[in-house]
Design a protein around this ligand. Structure first.
Ligand code: URA
Length: 234
């Protein structure tokens, strides 16, 4: 159980004093009811609204974003639009960061959270979390490309990649790539090494998390309880 004013202040949107004032002004509802005062105790998971808008009351926040092309996977930048700028102001104040990066022109699944240990768990080199990308290339993918991916490619600069999967789709200019690591521009560099430059790239999944097909480009939603559970965060 947490004090209502403390819980409101923990969202990063209001100070403790402002939170008290909000409650006293009757702008806050707890499970749909008017609270008695700022010191009311609230059980974890109870819906709390301010002016009818739900607030996030958990310590850690997990957001699935369908990253569009043209925004960078950083939290701030003086000139370019960032993935964080696609989220509402309340969420921008919670210290969320993207778990791994997608290139500016890459679309698809991006998880944003303020849960540092989870990010470590998903990104640490030894953890080998599968990431699946849909790819379009200039040229046609062949079984030799698939075998080269499977054996572990060497990039133009001599970097060796772990074995990866390439599934060739129809038409053969399209494929699905599964990686267990995340080197800089990895999919593009792997396909460049095969002489088939990437013309379009979209991440479809990361570990147990799959891009929600109902999310339009640029849209986001909180992870649902099943997704959090699959990430070991319930
Ligand atoms: N590989 C790339 O080349 N770019 C990305 O954004 C992700 C994986």
């Amino acid at each position: 159980m947490e004090r209502l004013d403390k819980l409101l202040a923990a969202t990063g949107t209001w100070s403790r004093k402002e939170a008290k004032a909000l409650v006293k002004a009757g702008r806050v509802r707890v499970a749909g009811e008017l609270p008695k005062g700022p010191e009311d105790k609230v059980a974890p998971g109870t819906p709390v609204t301010v002016d009818g808008r739900p607030i996030v009351t958990e310590k850690y926040v997990y957001v699935m974003l369908h990253k569009p092309a043209g925004v960078i996977s950083s939290t701030e930048d003086p000139r370019q639009r960032t993935v964080l700028s696609l989220l509402p102001k309340e969420l921008q104040r919670l210290g969320l960061f993207p778990v791994g990066r997608l290139d500016k022109d890459t679309e698809g699944l991006l998880l944003l959270t303020n849960d540092g240990p989870l990010a470590h768990q998903l990104l640490a080199p030894g953890k080998h979390v599968d990431k699946v990308y849909y790819v379009e290339v200039d040229g046609l993918l062949e079984d030799e490309d698939r075998q080269a991916f499977h054996q572990g490619l060497t990039l133009a600069d001599g970097t060796r990649c772990l074995p990866a999967e390439l599934e060739i789709l129809t038409p053969a200019s399209q494929g699905l790539v599964t990686l267990r690591e995340g080197k800089y521009h990895q999919v593009k560099r792997m396909l460049a090494a095969r002489g088939k430059p990437v013309t379009y790239l979209k991440r479809l999944s990361m570990g147990p998390l799959t891009l929600d097909p109902t999310l339009e480009r640029g849209a986001w939603r909180p992870l649902n309880p099943e997704e959090r559970e699959e990430l070991g965060r319930k």
